[in-house]
Design a binder for this molecule. Structure first.
Ligand code: ADP
Ligand code: MG
Length: 581
């Protein structure tokens, strides 16, 4: 084929693909336009996860009648004019691509009246073509309705996830903008139901109450603003404020970490890592902190023109930003958190040392520690081989006692065994649940008094996905109007005071975008984990013996359902060598 310029329709569709990946991308662009237009009240309405309809209305400046037609042209923007402007961007938009992209892949209607003008304009665009332009008689501001998204790009349509998943992406997005702009009122209506409304009173904490719920928000720690008159000047020009979770408020995913730079919601792995580093040794493995951090800096130290969606940014001094975030969070947590950090590993032979080594499948992982440590680590052997088919067997164990209210000590044919009471119990309960589930007879307990749950917006959407699976697990949950749900029955194993936590975790993973509502086994893991005996609980000798007896009957007694070891083994040979016998 000869080289040709692509017709504008085709070029637009290609470019649209970069900006508009899914319904939430449309909402993002329309929100940003409303914010840039100085709106204080922004209402978002979606139907069928945004596929059928996304409507955003604002009370911002509106678009002057003389300019409206241009708004849908690619690279048409009122926000920058020259190349130099790229280095002092104070608006969320500047690329002039969003409306053109949205118009190219949907049926879009834009109705707008500029402040100070008498007559407004309404445009109808279908697949990038202007179909109609007429006078609009509404109030000042802008209303954009996007219908039948991706009607002309079937490939994109195919990649969309289920309706509740797309709608939960939108909920998260609106929540994030409400956090970035606590002074603006955001209202989200999903299939006719009002799911989120931020007060717009300028207080971030009040937005967090709406998004995370009162319990969570109240326990969070405030990073005091650093630009107030009382705050110390920051040497590197980076200011960090916001709220972070107390170490006890950890979550199963990074979904509760939101980072904003100059009021822009960004994704940055290294900054997430900086936050997590600040909690080092304070959180259990595999758990993540909650954090809503607002980072402010001179726009000149920031390149936001990295990606069409502007979710990634580049810092001129990435290390300074990393350090500022880590320092701010760490000092707040150490100041306020009652938990002391665990000490670093002192000597080769410590329980921490062994359990660290045990984290790998009993061999060597990582290369930390001295050669001597490595040598010893290799000798901590795992009795059976994981690759052995079918049923693994425990050696005969004689329970000696419990230490740190956490580990059961037992003697076996070849040395000493330390059993982690929580992981061991988790394995037992998981196997039990799995067996019950396979024959469709999970034990259920009916609650004498139904429990009322107020679900957060993203969890309401997730409930629609996960509802049937939850029912299979023994939950009886029904909507009770608005955000309220009634729980009438729960899995038999579960302690009633764990219900909230368990449901929160299950709904979180359902809303994280695992369609088919995640795999049922992962759900069983969550229930097993929350039902299992905790570290910190004293066990009598009899209870310990019973635990070991039940563990013997499980399919994989050496690992908990998450794959962590349930026990470590200090062989006789190792003990002798360690004592230089
Ligand atoms: P950008 O936001 O990058 O400038 P867009 O394609 O999103 O590009 O919008 C094009 C232009 O249309 C904007 O620069 C702005 O002037 C105008 N516009 C879009 N949405 C609104 C709105 N809600 N209120 C006022 N003006 C708007
Ligand atoms: Mg824009």
């Amino acid at each position: 084929m000869p080289i040709r310029l692509l017709p504008p329709q085709v070029a637009n569709k290609i470019a649209a693909g970069e900006v508009v990946e899914r319904p939430a991308s449309v909402v993002k662009e329309l929100l940003e336009n409303a914010i840039d237009a100085g709106a204080t009240d922004i209402r978002i309405e979606i139907r069928q996860g945004g596929r059928r309809l996304i409507r955003v209305s604002d009370n911002g400046s509106g678009i002057p009648a003389a300019e409206v037609a241009l708004a849908f042209s690619r690279h048409a923007t009122s926000k920058i004019a020259t190349e130099d402007d790229l280095f002092r961007i104070h608006t969320l938009g500047f690329r002039g691509e969003a409306l053109a992209s949205i118009g190219a892949v949907s049926h879009t209607t834009l109705s707008t009246l500029a402040r100070g003008e008498d007559v407004g304009t309404e445009l109808r665009i279908e697949g990038g073509e202007l179909k109609e332009s007429r006078i609009y008689g509404g109030v000042a501001g802008t209303l954009v309705s996007v219908e039948n998204l991706f009607f002309n790009t079937p490939a994109r349509l195919k990649f969309l996830r289920s309706e509740p998943t797309e709608s939960s992406h939108i909920t998260k997005l609106v929540s994030a903008y409400a956090m970035a702009y606590p002074g603006l009122r955001f209202q989200l209506t999903d299939n006719g139901r009002l799911t989120l409304q931020s007060p717009g009173n300028g207080r971030l904490l009040d937005v967090l109450v709406k998004v995370f719920g009162l319990d969570t928000a109240q326990q969070m720690l405030e990073l005091p603003p650093q630009d107030g008159e009382h705050s110390a000047p920051t040497a590197d020009g980076v200011r960090v404020d916001g709220y972070v979770g107390a170490p006890s408020q950890h979550r199963a995913s990074r979904d509760y970490q939101l980072l904003f730079v100059n009021q822009r919601w960004i994704q940055d792995r290294s900054l997430s890592f900086a936050v997590e580093e600040a909690y080092r040794t304070l959180l259990p493995a595999g758990r993540y902190p909650i954090a809503v951090l607002r980072i402010a800096m001179d726009p000149q130290d920031l390149d936001i023109n990295v990606h069409p969606t502007k979710r990634e940014v580049r810092f001129r001094e990435p290390r300074a930003v990393f350090a500022a975030v880590q320092r701010a969070v760490r000092s707040l947590i150490l100041d306020q958190a009652p938990v002391a950090p665990m000490p670093a590993l002192p000597k080769p032979v410590t329980p921490e040392f062994w359990s660290q080594r045990a984290g790998s499948p009993w061999g060597m992982r990582g290369t930390t520690g001295t050669a001597g440590q490595a040598q010893m680590a290799l000798e901590v052997q795992r009795t059976p081989d994981t690759s052995r088919p079918m049923h693994e067997q425990l050696p005969m164990l004689r329970v000696l006692g419990q230490i740190r209210q956490m580990y059961i000590i037992a003697e076996g044919p070849d040395g000493l065994y330390l059993v982690d009471q929580h992981s061991a119990h988790e394995r037992i309960l998981f196997d039990q649940l799995l067996a019950e589930k396979q024959v469709m007879s999970i034990a259920v307990q009916n609650l004498l008094q139904p429990l009322t749950l107020e679900l957060l917006p993203q969890h309401q959407a997730a409930m629609e996905v996960a509802g049937p699976q939850l029912a299979e697990l023994g939950f009886d949950i029904s909507p009770f109007g608005g955000a309220t749900y009634l729980v009438r029955a729960i899995p038999g194993l579960l302690e009633p005071d764990e219900i909230r936590e368990v449901l929160l975790e299950l709904l979180d993973s359902a809303s994280a975008g695992h369609d088919s509502a995640a795999n049922p086994e992962a759900m069983l893991e969550v229930i097993a984990c929350h039902s299992a005996v905790r570290a910190g609980q004293t066990l009598t000798l009899d209870e310990s013996r019973e635990l070991i007896r039940q563990l013997e009957k499980t399919t994989s007694p050496y690992t908990c359902p998450h794959g962590r070891p349930t026990m470590i083994h200090l062989s006789t040979a190792l003990l002798e060598r360690s004592f230089q016998r």
